[in-house]
Design a protein around this ligand. Structure first.
Ligand SMILES: Cc1cc2nc3c(=O)[nH]c(=O)nc-3n(C[C@H](O)[C@H](O)[C@H](O)COP(=O)(O)OP(=O)(O)OC[C@H]3O[C@@H](n4cnc5c(N)ncnc54)[C@H](O)[C@@H]3O)c2cc1C
Length: 357
């Protein structure tokens, strides 16, 4: 492996193996080696070697997944972050051709120079890589308005387990020929192959930046009402994140913020033309505080609250685990009421909500 990627790009020492022994799900497994390829050719040769020696192998981006999927006991972890080039920004076809190891924030910095934008942001965009986000099928902050990774990946090159290269999808707006194997790849958590390149759909930067707001509400039911009323008024927030009191407390304690520690806090992006109507809805739902960020810096600070919330909670309660709940939007209000009740008798209330006996 040292001959393939260079002496410095193979790590087998105990400290490096420990560094790579976890992702953010806290599941633990010590790889026997960490290999850092710089090209698809190197990936192919490493995968072939792994195939010949029957060594398990898994790709890794920033190790920020919440699923344990980047962790492997006793095999090769392939750190993809040296493959971090933007190959082409196509301003006519509206795609970017990119290597998998670039972080989503760095991708957006490059795209901004061309007047474009890649919307998916799993709240870890400051570290997480394109390859990791594809393999996790990530959603996150902007998914209600813009969808998740699966809606933005249009093609990918993949090194399969035997070292062969396959390309799934095409950088075209429409291609209906054959099976849609690309979307089998998205969310497959690295089990089907190593992504070495992808084409991602991009859109022009919005003409105006949405306004970012922070709301303090007295109850979880009000949160549900806010969401229902926004939907019924055809207002689609660019971002909508809910924090309960414990999250607000953790953020204040650990990140030095001064949030009102109310039952519910919402961080919302609203397009300027909808702002007045949305504020009317927030007031009607009993918002005690409606703070509208006055500039980009304040908007960024509000964003950081969400991005860092998990880390703040984990530093106070290291054993906490994250679960995604998937609820039809028209039952979100009901779900929030149930979740509140479920703090005392979780089984009873959640089973009832799910229609289980
Ligand atoms: C604070 C925080 C908040 C988060 N919030 C959300 C959220 O709201 N919504 C959400 O969906 N997710 C969320 N996530 C998880 C998010 O999905 C991951 O952070 C991200 O997608 C993983 O990217 P990564 O580069 O760190 O990948 P890793 O963690 O390194 O790897 C993740 C998976 O991708 C595979 N992989 C990595 N690179 C490749 C490649 N080149 N080819 C093939 N497989 C590859 C790995 O094998 C592994 O299975 C959050 C994470 C954090 C830390």
């Amino acid at each position: 492996m040292k001959r393939i990627v260079g002496e410095d790009n193979v790590l087998t020492d105990p400290i490096s193996r420990m560094e790579y022994s976890k992702d953010m799900a806290e599941y633990e497994g010590y790889p026997s080696s960490i290999v850092k390829p710089a090209s698809e050719g190197e990936v192919i040769r490493v995968v072939r070697l792994a195939d010949r020696t029957k060594s398990p192998i898994v790709a890794r981006g920033a190790g920020s997944s919440l699923t344990g999927a980047a962790v492997l006991e006793g095999g090769i972890v392939l750190d993809m972050r040296r493959m971090n080039r933007v190959i082409k920004v196509d301003a006519t076809n509206w795609y970017v051709q990119v290597q998998p190891g670039i972080s989503l924030d760095d991708l957006n910095i490059e795209l901004r120079r061309h007047g474009f934008f890649f919307p998916p942001d799993p709240a870890s965009s400051y570290i997480c890589t394109v390859g990791g986000a594809i393999a996790e099928g990530s959603g996150g902050l902007r998914c209600v308005k813009y969808g998740t990774m699966k809606d933005w990946v249009i093609s990918a090159r993949v090194v399969l387990a035997n070292g062969e290269v396959a390309r799934f999808g095409e950088p075209l707006p429409k291609n209906r020929a054959g099976y849609d194997l690309l979307h089998l790849l998205v969310g497959s958590e690295g089990t089907l192959g190593i992504i070495t390149e992808a084409h991602l759909r991009i859109i022009p930067l919005p003409a105006t930046t949405p306004r970012r707001l922070l709301l303090a509400l007295e109850s979880w039911d009000s949160v549900g009402k806010v969401i229902t009323m926004l939907r019924r008024s055809a207002i689609v927030p660019g971002l909508l994140e809910f924090l309960d009191r414990q999250h607000a407390q953790a953020i204040n304690a650990k990140l030095g913020h001064n949030l009102e520690e109310s039952e519910a806090t919402l961080i919302i992006d609203i397009d300027e033309p909808d702002l007045n109507e949305a504020v009317g809805i927030f007031k009607a739902c009993g918002a005690k505080e409606i703070r509208i960020a006055k500039d980009e810096e304040e908007a960024d600070n509000l964003y950081q609250i969400r991005a860092m919330a998990l880390l703040a909670v984990k530093s106070l309660a290291p054993a906490s685990q994250v679960e995604d709940v998937t609820v039809p939007l028209d039952r979100l209000e009901e779900f929030l009421v149930t979740a509140r009740l479920a703090r005392s008798q979780p089984q009873r209330h959640l089973r009832k909500f799910a229609g289980m006996r």
